[in-house]
Design a protein around this ligand. Structure first.
Ligand SMILES: [Fe+2]
Length: 450
């Protein structure tokens, strides 16, 4: 990811998270006045109930039956004072049979019975006070119409441990203004605070992210440089081996270029392509441990000498196993002499038990050997080499790999070989290795991974 990509991502993240924060802040700004009003109402209810309960505890400390039958004038006076003081509009007394005994607002209600008043019956039955805010629409409340919303309270009255009636009180509800200056102030704070926090934390987040991106770019560059150095060392090692082996430096670049071309056609994933390239350079590294007398013997080898040559696979594995980067080529080093029919060495693997990179390289290695001059043979022509590969499909070589190779066509392969002769490291190989260097990956490996 390049730096401007990170900037774009941050901008996009800021836009989206800002919108979300704005939505959250708006919800908060709306809910704050509503919540404040809700608690104001709850507080008003509790306060009203407290006042009523206190009055009743003080003023109704008498025999209710007595009071109900002979309404006492001083009590009525005290009720009048209480009503004025407490902002009440009605003070109604009920007996336990839901009959009105006294009504401040509508004296004509006295003696009337309202057995369908659910809240009253609830208070008489449960013995617990209740409060609610309503428009006073009940039948018995005609005299209260026009007051708007009222706080309605039922407070049961006890005498001798029994519920003998209830007091019903209506109190005016003070106007609750949603858009009061105080509510607006709280709403503005609720709106602005999340947005300010968002801007502040986004700044911190952006700074940390850009530092992380910068440090990641430096690490990628370090990895790229390390990988390039490792590959240069591998190339040097391959050249040194080749100069000892054939006196030329061309074989390794030829096989690497053809392996990359064929690997692309076979659709190798980047990890396998890395293994194929490193393995192609290092495939015969084990020959460093083979005596010159056997390695460079011009004539045919006896059985013992051939067995000695074959140990170059094991020796190669010992060299690259567990070494960072080199071990990417382990599959090719270990299995490049295996055959599809199981007649190869060093493990005698067959078919798809042989790693794909090794199957690809085995064909490429044989083809290049056929096309090259050796101390014991002249170089074959393209036609003859082509035919040998074709005949080896399904026995020596993976038939799918052979098919992909033959599909390349003789001309394309000859062109590639000519370009390698002129360029050294082929452009295809440069592209493939550049792509690998730009893709950080773990390159520690060993036989235990296989
Ligand atoms: Fe080999």
């Amino acid at each position: 990811m390049r730096r401007y990509d990170a900037q774009d991502l941050l901008r996009s993240f800021f836009r989206r998270s800002f919108l979300l924060t704005l939505l959250f802040a708006a919800l908060l700004a709306v809910s704050v006045p509503l919540t404040r009003n809700h608690y104001a109402v709850a507080e008003y209810k509790a306060d009203s109930l407290g006042i009523a309960t206190k009055f009743l505890a003080r003023e109704l400390d008498f025999d209710l039956h007595e009071m109900l039958t002979h309404p006492d004038a001083p009590l009525i006076q005290r009720i009048n004072v209480f009503m004025e003081y407490s902002n009440l509009v009605e003070f109604r007394i009920w007996d336990s049979r839901a009959t009105v005994v006294y009504s401040f607002a509508d004296p004509q209600l006295k003696g009337k019975r309202f057995p369908d008043d659910r809240e009253l019956l609830q208070a008489l039955r449960s013995g617990t006070p209740s409060t609610e805010i309503s428009e006073a629409t009940k039948l018995e409340n005609q005299s209260l119409r026009g007051h708007g919303a009222l706080l309605e309270m039922y407070v049961p009255v006890f005498s001798g441990g029994r519920i003998v009636g209830a007091v019903e009180i209506y109190r005016k509800v003070p106007p609750l203004r949603l858009l009061s200056p105080q509510n607006l102030l709280y709403a503005a704070a609720a709106l602005l605070l999340p947005l300010l926090l968002h801007v502040f934390f986004h700044g911190q987040f952006k700074k940390a992210t850009l530092e992380l991106v910068q440090s990641s770019a430096e690490m990628r560059e370090a990895y790229r440089s390390l990988s390039k150095n490792s590959l240069d060392s591998i190339r040097a090692m391959a050249k040194a081996l080749e100069m000892r082996d054939t006196g030329t430096q061309e074989h390794s670049e030829q096989v690497v270029a053809l392996a990359v071309l064929l690997g692309h056609r076979m659709g190798l994933v980047p990890e396998d392509m890395a293994g194929l390239i490193v393995g192609a350079y290092l495939h015969d590294v084990g020959k460093i441990g083979i005596p010159d007398a056997i390695l460079f013997k011009p004539g045919p080898l006896d059985e013992k000498q051939r067995a000695m040559i074959e140990t170059h696979v094991r020796k190669g594995v010992d060299i690259v196993d567990g070494v960072d980067f080199l071990c990417l080529g382990l599959d090719v080093v270990q299995s490049h002499h295996e055959r599809w029919d199981g007649q190869g060495y060093a493990q005698g693997l067959a078919g798809e038990a042989i790693p794909l990179t090794a199957r690809i390289f085995a064909l490429v290695d044989v083809f290049d050997a056929l096309m090259s001059k050796r101390p014991y043979k002249e170089a074959f022509g393209i036609q003859e080499s082509w035919e040998i590969i074709r005949q080896g499909a399904g026995t020596h070589f993976d038939p799918r790999v052979a098919e992909a190779f033959l599909a390349l066509g003789q001309q394309e392969i000859l062109t590639l070989r000519g370009e390698v002769q002129r360029q050294g490291v082929h452009a295809l190989v440069r592209q493939a290795t550049d792509a690998l260097f730009n893709t950080p990956r773990l390159h520690q490996c060993s036989l235990d991974d296989h």
